[in-house]
Design a protein around this ligand. Structure first.
Ligand SMILES: [Zn+2]
Length: 237
């Protein structure tokens, strides 16, 4: 069942090593059918080279396996937590991409230094607090990982539509989008932005955050009611 959804998730998973974002078996992508409350996710520990569309595991938003011969990714509860918390989201991606993961390990948000960053995020890419020992050892580590991510958003916090990514402290980035393909694009952007930030700090260790006028110009031309970047949608679409 849900062959298209599995295909969508399959393509997204294969895109991760193709973009240099995943090594070994690190990383996973999920695609959600919101109406059915079912998502397709990579099976656990399967090499990308051996992955087939039918290997994708279907899981519902309660955590029950709906279909699949293999066990879902061990990160499935984190995906489920994010898909439940962010109603506009249709796909989640997790990578251990090098530079973004370096910021996560250092417990540092990715600072806003240039327009490449401002095209995607209206501020630093956030990092979560460290997880507590109870959260790590309590038997629901991956769900709790989702909880510390969700904690950074919501009322009075950041908007997950404006900030489609966050770093889990000591771990790595998670990204999301209306579709899983968008979440992959954000994962590529986050890694590139992180690499640029590292290089910028090497060249200018005391570098200050991007000027507000440049931030507003670049973020708003791609996002929100006044956006004009790219091609206008065709009538009827
Ligand atoms: Zn991970």
């Amino acid at each position: 069942m849900l062959t298209e959804l599995k295909r969508e998730a399959y393509e997204a998973n294969l895109a991760l090593p193709r973009h240099g974002l995943s090594h070994l078996t690190f990383g996973n992508a999920s695609a959600l059918d919101r109406a059915r409350g079912i998502f397709a996710i990579k099976p656990s520990g399967v090499d990308y080279a051996r992955l087939r569309p039918r290997d994708l595991v279907l899981v519902d938003l309660e955590g029950e396996i709906v279909e699949g011969a293999l066990r879902p990714s061990s990160d499935a509860p984190t995906h489920r937590r994010l898909l439940r918390a962010f109603p506009h989201v249709g796909g989640v991606v997790h990578t251990h991409s090098c530079h973004a993961t370096a910021f996560a390990q250092a417990g540092r948000a990715i600072p806003l230094f240039g327009t490449t960053h401002a095209d995607y995020f209206p501020g630093p890419i956030p990092v979560t607090r460290k997880m507590t020992a109870a959260e790590i050892t309590g038997g629901a580590y991956e769900w709790e990982t989702g909880n510390v991510l969700v904690e950074r958003f919501g009322p009075g916090g950041l908007d997950p539509a404006d900030f489609p990514a966050a770093l889990v402290n000591r771990h790595a980035p998670f990204t999301w989008g209306r579709t899983v393909a968008q979440a992959v694009e954000v994962a590529v952007a986050v890694e590139y932005i992180a690499q640029l930030a590292v290089l910028s700090l090497q060249l200018a260790p005391g570098l200050k955050t991007l000027e507000p006028a440049l931030l507003a110009k670049h973020f708003k031309r791609k996002h929100g009611p006044g956006a004009y970047y790219g091609q206008a949608p065709r009538p009827g679409r």
